[in-house]
Design a protein around this ligand. Structure first.
Ligand code: GLU
Length: 301
């Protein structure tokens, strides 16, 4: 399998210009280093009907292409379950009986900071576990499974941030409802798709060491990372749909051409280009603007 870069959106709705910029950067980073570029739809949760197809269409409209078919993460359940069994057999998981709300938040949000789990269920006696299991069973619930790391921290290499070391968090890898969580699926599927270069927004930088550690203990290769700056609104908060005309479709309705969108993305990175192919030609990571891009949506109507 050829080494690949990738883009892995969650199909929760149309992508805004920040997501599109990350997609363009992921494509450029792969293509300029002679890698394949693969797509993965992370449809384990946060799914909006039809959103995945619209995301793929938006990427094509921008001029991005990828190798092979997009992989839908829900088709990979068996491989995810196998990885859970492997970790279990190695004593690298522990049962967690905390409330479903805490667990769901932790499992579905890829943006949760490490160190957020207080460790409540990590060192219980077998008696306490039996008691907790019975308590949950009364409510028709099962324990979640969290990572029980055998080291304190892990180091990854990021092309923009250098060497990054973070504590390894006891992240939820399987929720009480049986859903296998993002932090495991991302690792198993990156390896499956031959991904050795992960380009994504820098709000996920702090998760990278935990993910690389999981890859390591599963005997999978650890990718190198490129965490790129976020796009923010005028208040400095991560750009969101409520900020106005921010999706490709909204921008086009507001009168922007595709070339205008690519032009704005290119300019924000410090380059002049009107197509993604032009941007690929002029792009130089050493000259890339590393500031967050403050995006002011055009006024519509
Ligand atoms: N699916 C995640 C998201 O859309 C990105 C995961 C990743 O790139 O590792 O936020």
């Amino acid at each position: 399998m050829s080494p690949a870069g990738r883009f892995a959106p969650s199909p929760s709705g149309d992508m805004h210009i920040g997501n599109l910029r990350t997609a363009v950067l992921a494509w450029i980073w792969a293509r300029r280093t002679g890698r394949d570029f693969v797509m993965r739809i992370e449809d384990i949760d946060r799914v909006k009907e039809g959103a995945a197809e619209r995301q793929l269409e938006d990427m094509r409209t921008l001029g991005l292409d990828w190798d092979g078919e997009a992989l839908y993460q829900t088709t990979r359940h068996e491989a995810h379950a196998e990885a859970i069994e492997k970790l279990k057999a190695r004593g690298l998981l522990f049962e967690c009986y905390c409330s479903r709300k805490d667990i769901q938040e932790a499992a579905s949000a890829p943006h949760v900071k490490p160190g957020t789990y207080p460790g409540t269920c990590r060192n219980l006696t077998e008696d306490q576990r039996r008691h907790e299991r019975a308590r949950l069973a009364k409510h028709g619930r099962s324990p979640a499974l969290r990572l029980n790391p055998n080291v304190d921290s892990w180091t990854v290499t990021d092309e923009l941030f250098g060497s990054v070391t973070e504590p390894i968090d006891a992240v939820v890898l399987q929720r009480g409802d049986g859903t296998i969580a993002y932090n495991l699926c991302v690792v198993v599927d990156d390896a499956y798709q031959g991904v050795d270069q992960v380009v994504r927004a820098d709000d996920l930088l702090s998760s990278a060491p935990t993910q690389a550690y999981i890859a390591n203990v599963l005997g999978l290769p650890e990718p190198t990372y490129v965490h790129v700056p976020l796009v923010v609104n005028e208040d400095g908060a991560r750009l969101a749909k409520r900020d106005g005309a921010v999706t490709l479709r909204q921008l086009r309705e507001a009168g922007w051409s595709v070339a205008d969108v690519v032009g704005a993305i290119s300019k924000s990175l410090g380059f002049e280009a009107r197509t993604v192919t032009e941007l690929l030609e002029v792009f130089d990571p050493k000259k890339m603007n590393r500031e967050q891009w403050v995006f002011v949506p055009p006024v519509v109507g």
